[in-house]
Design a protein. Sequence first.
Length: 326
Amino acid sequence: MRAVVLEARNSPLKVVDDYPEPDANGSEVIDVIACGLCHSDLHVVAGEFPSPLPIVLGHEVTGNHPELGPVMVYAPWGCGRCRECADGYEMICADATEAGLVVDGGYAERMGIADRAYLYPLGDLNPVASAPLACGGLTGYRAVQQTLETLRRPGRKRRVLVIGAGGIGQFALRYLKLLTDAEVYALDRAPDKRATAVAIGADGAFDADDDLPLFDAVVDFVALDATLATAAGAVARRGVVVAVGLYGGRVPFGVGAVPHEARFMSSIWGTRTQLGELLDLARREPSIIAPVETMAFTDAQMAHDRLRAGDVEGRLVLLIDQAHAN
């Protein structure tokens, strides 16, 4: 089968015409329809994840299953034995086998799936447009869920800030407007992303150098030292800061170092239950599905170059099954 393969860290992706077929012994196999691009893919190429090589990247995957029809793949496959898995949090299992990050993913014509439980029927959802929900959409959804207790406190109207108005941040802005009555703001250095944030419903947008009011919740989709410092300075007492970005930032923490009783937490991907909730929400509220631009999966390297350069509006999706081009 044809696949796009990363053979060495910091090297170009390679189109392989005779890559081995996925092993169907004890697993499921799907014909891949589409695969969204995620910044995590770039981190794998850069050698920042301990991914074995060679590997087929791609974890925002939709495909056709011979019995279930069009499906979405839940990609973080837990060990099934630890306490995190027992509690339903496979995405933070220490021994998880993430498709596209640890084992072969969706930049290929076919993909092996560890268990049918990781396949979610799409029904009427468009398998190309909905592909980014599998990671970008789900990650934003879980991050927003972490803020709801704070934003739904009775009394005054609450205020929330999303740092980073790129692809995942735009998902979060949509969810916050839909799931809360809080005032929702974005912060981004890029004028076009600030404009997009307002266009999709944000109540306002800030540049990184602007003076900020206090917010009850701050969700940081960048999580550099600088953005976490901004979050710590902008969160109100008893507020919450949710760090989602993978850029390794740190913030001093302790009594007196941050606003009193403010909570600081990370948020990782999402649970299987939350993926089911998100797909149900997408069926009821199609507006949460972000605009996508499709590219042929054999142009994956070009797509990576564009994503790395920030030359993307919305989400990029690699199209494997050309029958779904329209």
